[in-house]
Design a protein around this ligand. Structure first.
Ligand SMILES: [Zn+2]
Length: 327
């Protein structure tokens, strides 16, 4: 039975660590590693300026600093030999290429911290009804290999962690990143208490898409209207049928029409409406939400950050902390 949150938190719990962006990549690398630091700076500046107009208010965000995930927890989810090889730089070159990052100690440090951050976000959602991680969503990490910029699967790990918390018997992962949540689907295929739901583009990475509990595959060039209509309908049914005690929401913005790795035709306001759909539906149903920012790929990192920031503005709106949404 989910706890019912009669009132909103006075501040929005967000989880962030500077390590998220502390990774030196080759110059032409397409991963927007700076987006985490830029998003945090953007929110701090934007929301502090906003606050100046109302001197009676307190800061709308409460920032929590995570700790690195424990390696034994990773080994309980992934193949222990894979985790050992990953951490100690003993993976074959082909396996590192599949991940898409060159090995470095920084890479391992940020990965462990980021997974710890998603776990912390779940705990905050359990306590406050909402928690937002300014990282996370590494859904292409499988049992014994990583792929598509994902080394370990923070979503699967956090879903299992959620089941250890009081009153949480069923978790639903709502994965709205434009890419299919293949690693999450395979890692959790045998867990009846975790419902995996992926809405994604049918012709995009990964080529092989193992079954989630619920898959909504939409064609390339799907419009805002079609996306929201299809997703909203399935979300409503899925929540009604499974009645999860907590939702883990991957709010990837690579569904946007200008994303460089996505093929949908969803506009900026459409991304906002999708976030609003998930957060407001869960809020009304009394279901806590732990959200991660997920994927998003634009050469212009500031435009990308503006899209990710919408998730925080939506949460502030939905939870009645601050009406701050501006497109
Ligand atoms: Zn993605």
């Amino acid at each position: 039975m989910a706890p019912v949150y009669a009132c909103s938190p006075r501040q929005l719990p967000v989880v962030y660590h500077p390590l998220y962006s502390q990774l030196v990549l080759p110059p032409a690398h397409r991963y927007p590693i700076s987006k985490y630091q830029r998003l945090f700076a953007h929110l701090t500046e934007d929301l502090t300026l906003h606050q100046l107009s109302d001197t009676t208010s307190i800061a709308p965000l409460r920032v929590f600093t995570p700790t690195p995930v424990r390696v034994e927890w990773l080994k309980a989810l992934h193949q222990p030999a894979y985790i050992d090889a990953l951490i100690h730089n003993r993976l074959p070159a082909a396996k590192m290429r599949r991940i898409g990052f060159p090995w470095s100690q920084q890479l391992i440090d940020r990965t462990l911290m980021s997974s710890g951050g998603t776990l912390r976000t779940v705990e905050l959602a359990h306590e406050f009804g909402i928690g937002i991680h300014l990282s996370g969503g590494y859904h292409h990490a499988h049992h014994d290999f990583g792929s598509g910029f994902c080394l370990v699967n923070d979503l699967a790990l956090a879903a299992k962690h959620a089941l250890t918390l009081d009153g949480i018997d069923t978790v639903m992962i709502v994965d709205c990143d434009v890419h299919h949540g293949d690693g999450t689907a395979t890692l959790l295929a045998d867990d009846p208490n975790i419902i995996t739901f992926s809405v994604h583009c049918d012709k995009n990475f990964p080529a092989r898409k193992p079954d989630s509990d619920i898959d909504l595959a939409l064609p390339r060039a799907t419009t805002t209207e079609d996306y929201l209509s299809a997703f909203g309908g399935i979300l409503h049914l899925a929540l009604a049928q499974h009645q999860p005690d907590l939702v883990l929401y991957d709010a990837g913005v690579d569904i946007h029409q200008d994303d460089e790795l996505g093929y949908f035709d969803v506009c900026t306001q459409g991304v906002y409406k999708r976030d609003h759909l998930v957060l407001s539906h869960c809020r009304q149903a009394g279901i806590p939400v732990a959200a991660v920012i997920g994927g998003g790929y634009r050469s212009d990192h500031q435009l990308l950050v503006n899209l990710h920031a919408q998730l925080i503005h939506t949460a502030l709106d939905v939870h009645g902390i601050m009406s701050s949404h501006r497109l």
